[in-house]
Write a protein that binds this ligand. Structure first.
Ligand code: AMP
Length: 461
C-alpha cells in the first residue's frame, strides 16, 4: 500500500515523500481511514509505531482541504510536545499549516497571541493548556479534532483531573482520538467519558513491527558496586551510535553524567529539575549527534523520538514493566535494529523476572570479560606474591597425601590451574554466568520457601 491511496492533499503528500516515508506503517493503515471518516478512536500503540503521523496526516489533510479549521494535540511532556510539533511541521509545511507548541515554564504572552491570531494546530501539555482556558485567554480556540497522546503517561504523571477539566472547555461536537500504550482502568473510564462510539485499534503485539521485535534485549547480573565499571565497559565494547542510559533518580543522572564525562565520554544528563532552556539545548545537541550519550530519567525522556539510537542501557532496572517498554522503545525505531541492555544486581532478580513475565520480554543473560577477551593474560607477578604469602594450612599435608597416586609435578600444575581459573573468573568476568545465576535463583527460592513456612507457623501460633 502507498500513501497515495489515502488521497491526501497533494502538498501533504509532498511532505510525506520528503520525510522519506515509503509505505504506511500498520497503525497508519488502520487509523487513517477511521479518522478520515470523522469517527472517534482509541488507539493502543507505543511510540515508534508511527502513531504521530497516523493522527497527524489525516488531521492536517482535513485542515489543508478546509474541512476543519483547528486541531489540538495534548501530550504528557514538553519534550513530546516539541517532538510532535516538529513532526507535524515537517510533514505539513508545504500546506502552510501553522503549528504552535504550548507548555509551562515559559512566558504566556507569545503563546496566547499566536493562538488568538489563528494557528491551526496547537500541541500542548495539560498544565499550561488548562491554565490558558481557565484564565479565559484562549476562548476563541475551539478545536474540531482533539488528540490525547500517550494517555497512560498522563495518568502516571497525575494529569487525569487536568485533562477532564480541559475537556469542559472544548466544544462537544468534536472528533476525539485517544492514544495509549496500555489501557489501565482509569484510561478506559476516561475514554468512555470523552469519546463517542469510538473505534478500537491496537498494534501492540505481533503487528507492532516498528518497535520491540527489532530490539535485541539482554541483561547482566552484577554486584551493586560494579555498576559504574559495567556501564563504562559496555560503552567501550558495544558498537554504539547514539545511546540513552536510563537511571531511576535525578541525582543518579547527575552523578553518572559527571563520572562518564570524567572518563572522557561525550555524555549529557537530562532530568526534570533542569531549566527548560537547558533541556531543549541538550535534546537538540543529542538529536544532531553532537553528544552521543544521554543519561536520563524516565520522565524526561518520555516519548522521545531520536533517530539512530542504537542502544538503550538500563543502569537500574525500572520500577515498573511499562517503563521498561517505554525505555527500550527509544531504540529500534522505524524498523531499525536496536539493543536494550539492562544491569541488574543480585537483589533485583525478582523485579527482572516480573518484567520478563509481564512484558513477555525475551531477554538474554550475558557476561563480559573486563579486558575484552576470555584468554586474558594473568598477572603472574601478583599471583606469585599471593602464592608466597599463603600460610600453609595444616590440612594441606593430609590432602596431598590423599592424592599420592598423582605425579607431583602434575599435581602442582593442577592446583595452580585451579587458582588461575579462580583468578580469571573473579577478576576478568563481569556479570554472573547462567549456572551461577541459576544457583542464586535456587537459593533465593528456597529462602522464600523457608520464609513462607515460618510465616505460616507464626500465624498458626
Ligand atoms: P512515532 O511512533 O510517531 O514516534 O514515530 C516513530 C518514527 O517513525 C518517527 O521518526 C517518524 O518520523 C517515523 N515514521 C512514521 N511513519 C513512518 C513511515 N510510514 N515510514 C517510515 N518512517 C515513519
Amino acid at each position: 500500500m502507498t500513501f497515495n491511496e489515502f488521497k491526501f492533499h497533494k502538498d501533504l503528500l509532498k511532505g510525506v515523500k520528503i520525510a522519506g516515508f515509503r509505505e504506511p506503517s500498520p497503525i497508519q493503515k488502520m487509523v487513517v481511514p477511521i479518522i478520515k471518516k470523522g469517527e472517534d478512536l482509541v488507539g493502543q500503540a507505543h511510540t515508534g509505531t508511527g502513531k504521530t503521523a497516523a493522527f497527524g496526516l489525516p488531521l492536517m489533510d482535513k485542515i489543508a482541504k478546509k474541512e476543519i479549521e483547528r486541531a489540538l494535540v495534548i501530550t504528557p511532556t514538553r519534550e513530546l510536545a516539541t517532538q510532535v510539533s516538529d513532526e507535524l511541521y515537517h510533514l505539513g509545511r508545504f500546506c502552510g499549516i501553522r503549528t504552535i507548541t504550548v507548555y509551562g515554564g515559559v512566558g504566556y504572552g507569545r503563546q496566547i497571541a499566536l493562538i488568538n491570531k489563528g494557528v491551526q494546530v496547537v500541541v500542548a501539555t495539560p498544565g499550561r493548556l488548562k491554565d490558558l482556558y481557565k484564565k479565559g485567554k484562549i476562548d476563541s480556540f475551539n478545536p474540531e479534532i482533539v488528540v490525547l497522546d500517550e494517555a497512560d503517561e498522563m495518568l502516571d504523571m497525575g494529569f487525569l483531573e487536568e485533562i477532564k477539566e480541559i475537556f469542559e472547555y472544548i466544544p462537544q461536537n468534536r472528533q476525539t482520538l485517544l492514544f495509549s500504550a496500555t489501557m489501565p482502568e482509569p484510561i478506559k473510564e476516561l475514554a468512555n467519558e470523552i469519546l463517542t462510539d469510538p473505534q478500537f485499534v491496537s498494534v501492540v503485539g505481533d503487528d507492532d513491527s516498528t518497535t520491540n521485535n527489532t530490539i535485541e534485549q539482554s541483561y547482566y547480573v552484577i554486584e551493586e558496586a560494579q555498576r559504574d565499571e559495567a556501564i563504562v565497559k559496555l560503552l567501550e565494547t558495544e558498537k554504539t551510535n547514539k545511546c540513552i542510559i536510563f537511571c531511576r533518580m535525578k541525582r543518579e543522572v547527575d552523578r553518572l553524567t559527571e563520572h562518564l564525562k570524567a572518563m572522557g565520554f561525550n555524555a549529557e544528563g537530562l532530568h526534570g529539575d533542569l531549566e527548560q532552556m537547558d533541556r531543549d539545548r541538550i535534546v537538540k545537541s543529542y538529536r544532531r549527534g553532537e553528544s552521543k550519550i544521554m543519561v536520563a530519567t524516565d520522565v524526561a525522556s518520555r516519548g522521545l523520538d531520536v533517530k539512530n539510537v542504537s542502544h538503550v542501557f538500563n543502569f537500574h532496572i525500572p520500577f515498573d514493566p511499562q517503563s521498561y517498554v517505554h525505555r527500550i522503545g527509544r531504540t529500534g525505531r522505524a524498523g531499525k535494529a536496536g539493543k536494550a541492555i539492562t544491569l541488574v544486581s543480585t537483589t533485583e532478580f525478582k523485579e527482572l523476572q516480573r518484567i520478563q513475565k509481564e512484558v513477555g520480554a525475551d531477554m538474554k543473560l550475558e557476561t563480559i570479560h573486563l579486558d575484552g577477551s576470555s584468554n586474558s593474560t594473568i598477572d603472574f607477578i601478583s599471583l606469585e606474591a599471593d602464592v608466597r604469602a599463603v600460610t600453609i594450612d595444616e590440612n594441606a599435608a593430609e590432602f596431598i597425601d590423599s592424592m599420592e597416586d598423582m605425579d607431583y609435578h602434575e599435581f602442582v600444575e593442577r592446583v595452580v590451574s585451579l587458582l588461575l581459573q579462580d583468578e580469571k573468573s573473579n577478576s576478568n568476568l563481569l556479570g554472573y554466568d547462567q549456572n551461577t545465576v541459576n544457583m542464586m535463583l535456587n537459593e533465593y527460592q528456597s529462602e522464600q520457601k523457608v520464609a513462607r513456612k515460618n510465616n505460616r507457623k507464626k500465624k498458626r501460633r
